[in-house]
Design a protein around this ligand. Structure first.
Ligand code: FAD
Length: 319
């Protein structure tokens, strides 16, 4: 029997599982629908008037309570910001997962839509991610089939894992995420605001001058503005272009003065952002089928929880 393990999802949970298994001598292969590894540790890059802009539009900063994640952050070159307790990737948040993935084999840009076969000999079917839409039927084009794999680890947000593995749907049903609309905006002039804001009971949950982070173009006025769950839910299905102005108006309310129009702006909707109801166990592993699940949703809505979950799943599979 082949002993290559498929890992679907190359966010921190999938990367952590892959590294742990590889360290124990197992062959692994990761698949992700994104253009690169990282998932919600993401950096959007843009150009405006010849100037390069960048925004960490997912996770803002990471904390390490345990030694395992602290060592991973140090290995990946994370730097303190905005205080000694919190860390960011250099030169962007997406640099962290890419450094931690290293040379592990990743097939990117592929939407995994089916897991087929039997325990010990699983195959996975995947499609060009540009053709697949979340919640929509699988594309009619022929998939690529890979395998056989001795085990399959699924490291996706719980609702996406349930869509791929309906047999785990009941176990995953209690997990609930809050969504988050995020606006990225570049201003030519400095804003009359501190570099970080976390207002209480406001439409905005968090806003920060991304350019203030270490290793960025400190002179640039790149801001990330994240709506809180209530505002996001009330505006969830609005087109991205309609979300920019109202959230920047909320930011102006915090500044108590009108703000200049942004020179460049865009919005991104995270359907699965921070956790409201976790599973309450480090991972799920079904020894009979040799299928396991990991992700932040197991423990808490933090990057470290995703890392720990992936490591816990690898330890169950290969003690
Ligand atoms: C707006 C926002 C702000 C946050 N702020 C912080 C913060 O400040 N500090 C903190 O610690 N955490 C923060 N988080 C949470 C943190 O980002 C997550 O806990 C962590 O990144 C989750 O990692 P993961 O591996 O479990 O999932 P993900 O990072 O979501 O990885 C899952 C991967 O699966 C892939 N995928 C999904 N479906 C498929 C499919 N069918 N086929 C193939 N690939 C698929 C995705 O492309 C993705 O790469 C924030 C998250 C968001 C969205």
């Amino acid at each position: 029997m082949t002993d290559c393990i498929a890992i679907i999802g190359a966010g921190l949970a999938g990367i952590s599982a892959a590294r742990s298994l590889a360290a124990r001598g197992h062959a692994v292969r990761l698949f992700d629908k994104g253009r690169a590894a990282g998932g919600r540790l993401a950096t959007r890059r843009a150009e405006h008037g010849g100037q390069r802009l960048q925004f960490d539009h997912g996770a803002q900063y990471l904390r390490a309570a345990g030694p395992g994640f602290a060592a991973a952050l140090a290995e990946a070159g994370a730097q303190p910001w905005p205080d000694a307790e919190r860390r960011v990737g250099m030169p962007g948040m997406s640099a962290l997962p890419r450094a931690l993935l290293g040379a592990l084999p990743l097939t990117a840009g592929r939407h995994v839509g089916e897991v087929r076969g039997r325990p010990g000999a699983w195959t996975i079917r995947h499609w060009d991610a540009k053709e697949a839409r979340p919640g929509a039927p699988l594309p009619v084009t022929a998939p690529v089939e890979d395998g056989p794999f001795s085990a399959v680890l699924v490291a996706l947000p719980a609702p996406q894992a349930a869509a791929l593995l309906p047999a785990f749907g009941a176990a995953l049903a209690p997990v609930r995420y809050a969504p988050c609309w995020t606006v990225m905006a570049h201003f030519d002039a400095p804003l009359p605001l501190p570099d970080t804001l976390r207002p209480e009971g406001h439409a905005i949950g968090w806003a920060a001058r991304d350019s203030a982070k270490p290793g960025r173009d400190a002179g640039a006025g790149c801001w990330v503005v994240q709506a809180g769950p209530a505002w996001t839910r009330a505006n969830l299905e609005r087109p991205a272009a309609e979300v920019v102005a109202p959230l920047l108006a909320e930011l102006a309310g915090l500044a108590r003065v009108p703000l200049p129009a942004p020179a460049w702006a865009a919005a991104h909707r995270w359907r699965y952002s921070l956790l409201e109801a976790p599973l309450g166990a480090p991972c799920l592993w079904d020894a009979g089928s040799r299928i396991g699940l990991a992700g932040d949703w197991c423990l808490a809505g933090r990057a470290e929880a995703a890392w720990d979950s992936g490591a816990a799943l690898a330890a169950l599979l290969a003690p």
